[in-house]
Design a protein around this ligand. Structure first.
Ligand code: ZN
Ligand code: ZN
Length: 356
């Protein structure tokens, strides 16, 4: 999939031409102060529905986060509508041509408390007071600076299979944990170090950058467009790629390979491997790393116990699942006790915050 952004009028024209009758798949986010999210939601729903926009959009007091598709022939009108909203004028769009056109079947615009689930109850900081945005080229220079502290703002199972060289990768399950740990560990560097952050597409570290500025960090930077756009820029401009391994993504593909390095291990045998799977036992669904030979041996399950359940007839499995919730789904990504070679907090990369 090729990603585009900040297109010139000419490039837009070429893109629409190429798409023909297809739809363009677009994602964007913007932190802004929205006084009445419900009114704003209704306003954009009417306008976008008329343009046959489909997608999943979240609106909150703190801004908007959108994944959507629009018929190529309506793209110019859609862009014009975005530009007519003051805080969405020239917003950075990630655009791809969707071949199967079935990425979204409805237009769903929901009002939420937050556009990023951050667990923060702190209304005292301004999410729009963000850090300095840098592109791939400047990012590459910054990470070579001895005064830079490079921090991965994603969760442990994301950074485990891929991250930037020399990055601090907090061993956390949630964004909220990450915010706290980083602040505590780096509190001695607020004045003199450059805090440089990255995440998948930029939305998390944009909030983190505002939070850390609020907490007193003087020099805060973020990789604009995240790993996704970094990769695009590296290819387009022939820059050195400093990202090792795979970029974890939240769709069917699970990850995109960025470099040939395999930096993680099969959680069952310890061999180098960076393929995430979900345990085939529906009642478990644990996300973990499994190599092909373990997958064959374990029938795509995380443990002998799951393997036994998975081997039962579907009706029996359903009966067993009744009334039970799948707890591993959310809380134990890659961490269950059954996994021998799971990443250990003590072995976490970059826990020594001062060595860089
Ligand atoms: Zn294995
Ligand atoms: Zn399992």
């Amino acid at each position: 999939m090729q990603l585009y952004n900040t297109l010139s009028a000419k490039e837009r024209e070429a893109l629409i031409e190429e798409a023909g009758k297809d739809r363009l798949t677009i994602s964007f986010y913007r932190y802004a102060h929205i006084g009445n999210p419900q009114i704003f939601r209704n306003y954009i729903f009417l306008a976008w529905d008329a343009l046959e926009v489909l997608g999943r959009i979240y609106v909150a007091h703190e801004g908007i986060n959108a994944q959507l598709s629009v018929p190529a022939e309506n793209f110019e009108a859609f862009k014009a509508h975005l530009d007519s909203i003051s805080f969405l004028e020239n917003v950075r769009l990630n655009i791809a041509i969707e071949q199967d056109n079935k990425s979204f079947l409805k237009l769903k615009i929901k009002v939420r408390d937050k556009i990023v689930a951050d667990g923060l109850n702190d209304d005292t900081f301004d999410v729009t007071d963000k850090g300095i945005h840098v592109g791939a080229e400047q990012f590459n220079e910054l990470v070579e600076d001895p005064d830079t502290l490079l921090v991965d703002m994603r969760n442990h199972y994301e950074s485990e299979i891929g991250h930037f060289k020399n990055a601090i990768t907090p061993d956390v399950d949630t964004f909220r944990d990450s915010l706290d740990i980083i602040e505590k560990q780096l509190s001695g560097f607020k004045e003199d170090k450059k805090l440089v952050m990255y995440c998948t597409g930029g939305i998390r570290c944009e909030k983190a950058s505002a939070y850390y500025k609020h907490k007193g960090f003087k020099q805060v930077y973020q990789l604009e467009g995240g790993i996704i756009d970094y990769t695009r820029q590296v290819k387009a401009k022939g820059l050195e790629n400093k990202f090792m391994g795979k970029n974890f993504v939240f769709d069917q593909r699970r990850s995109e390979r960025i470099s040939d390095d395999i930096i993680s291990n099969c959680h069952q045998c310890g061999e180098p491997c960076d393929t995430h799977v979900n345990c085939a036992n529906e009642a478990c669904h644990l996300l973990f790393i499994q190599c092909e030979s373990c997958a064959a041996k374990m029938d795509y399950c995380c443990s002998e116990a799951c393997k036994e359940i998975h081997a039962l007839p579907e009706e029996v499995q359903k009966e067993l699942r009744k009334g039970k919730t799948v707890s591993n789904k959310i809380f134990k990504k890659g961490r269950s006790e059954v996994l021998v070679y799971k990443k250990n907090p003590e072995q976490a990369v970059g826990t020594d915050f001062t060595s860089h």
